[in-house]
Design a protein around this ligand. Structure first.
Ligand SMILES: [Zn+2]
Ligand SMILES: [Zn+2]
Length: 366
């Protein structure tokens, strides 16, 4: 976490907007560079403003709480132009400044554009075979899509989009306050055009001027070989359409892998059990085992004991990242025959007699 904004404002993580506002006011008065001549106060003042700009904005605060950072921190802080009122402390209206954090209309801010579309999440269930081999899946998602009729602009026709008459297309209203210390200017977002500078005379009937309509989008998504539970795929631009032609959000596909009837997954390896007939375990031979590619032969060496685990190299799941793949592990269980023919019984008794010579008294079974 880059900076602890809660600590900077001296408030709790659970602080309400009112508490944040109060803390901000107190600190801003204390550290305003015109009132506090300490050399570090300008830096501190900037920090307080930065913290308040984030914590006063629900969306930014949520993002900050979740990720410990905000988009502003990547771009460099630009939401608040504090040079504008450096010399105007007398008329400094803290409420006004605070409100500007919500409306974004303070200082020399750029015009507010329409907002980006929301990101979407789609959970999809796949089989272990699909996880191993990769798959193409058809999905349908209901979402906001760009209105085709107005091409997302929201107007009945091109000529219905006009410069906002209220703010002359600037998107803001500027107000100057004269104070004994100088002129203090504030800007508020134009209500008529909501800061966009343009105004639609006649709205598109198909989307009621929003530029978006709710539709079902059919998509084919590619599941990569090696996908695991909770693997997520980001499909850029397949979230909801932004209002009035703004950038769309992204679609996040969250993968869930179904339990398999035969195989258990251990990372990139798969595990299963197989029965080995008694005679093959003793004499050696081959058994048929299931794999993700169908049936395969597994060599059983003579004298194989129950619960021996055999490894079939490369029969597991491909690595999601990098080349190569896991193995298949097969634990063998020796089958003890339950129903024997007369002849089989005789042979086994014969066999046991042979063994008696070697094992002596304690080896006797029959
Ligand atoms: Zn439309
Ligand atoms: Zn306007």
């Amino acid at each position: 976490m880059a900076k602890d904004y809660y600590k900077i404002l001296g408030v709790d993580k659970t602080a309400t907007k009112e508490e944040i506002k109060k803390a901000y006011k107190n600190l801003a008065k204390q550290y305003h560079p015109d009132l506090n001549k300490d050399s570090s106060s300008a830096e501190k003042f900037k920090e307080i403003n930065e913290a308040a700009a984030v914590l006063a904005d629900d969306q930014k605060r949520e993002q900050y709480d979740r990720f410990g950072t905000t988009a502003e921190q990547f771009r460099g802080f630009e939401g608040f132009d504090f040079s504008d009122f450096m010399s105007d402390i007398g008329g400094f209206d803290f409420d006004q400044v605070f409100e500007s954090f919500f409306g974004g209309g303070f200082g020399r801010r750029r015009r507010r554009g329409p907002s980006r579309g929301s990101d979407l999440r789609y959970d999809i269930e796949i089989t272990l075979e699909e996880a191993a081999k990769g798959a193409a899946k058809q999905i349908s998602i209901p979402k906001l899509m760009k209105c085709e009729k107005c091409n997302g602009r929201g107007a009945e026709s091109e000529k219905d989009i006009v410069s906002c008459p209220d703010c002359s297309g600037s998107g803001v209203h500027r107000r100057e306050q004269r104070t004994p210390f100088g002129i203090f200017a504030t800007q508020t977002t134009c209500r008529k055009c909501r800061g966009q500078g343009t105004y639609i005379k006649k709205e598109c009937a198909n989307c009621d001027g929003t530029g978006v309509v709710r539709k079902t989008r059919k998509l084919e998504i590619k599941i990569p070989a090696g996908a695991e539970e909770e693997t997520n795929l980001r499909i850029a631009g397949e979230g909801e359409a932004g209002e009035k032609g703004a950038e769309p959000g992204d679609l996040y596909i969250i993968i869930h892998v179904k339990q398999h009837g035969i195989f258990e997954r251990h990372g990139d390896d798969i595990y299963t059990k197989a029965n080995v007939p008694f005679a093959i375990a003793v004499l050696g031979g081959e058994i048929e085992v299931p794999t993700l590619d169908g049936k395969a032969k597994l060599k059983i060496p003579p004298g194989t004991q129950s619960n021996t685990v055999f490894r079939m190299k490369g029969k597991g799941i491909p690595y999601l990242h990098g080349s190569g793949q896991g193995d298949e592990l097969i634990e063998v269980v020796i089958e003890v025959p339950e129903k024997l023919s007369k002849r089989q019984k005789e042979l086994l008794k014969e066999f046991e007699k042979e063994s008696e010579h070697k094992k002596g008294f304690f080896g006797r079974i029959f």
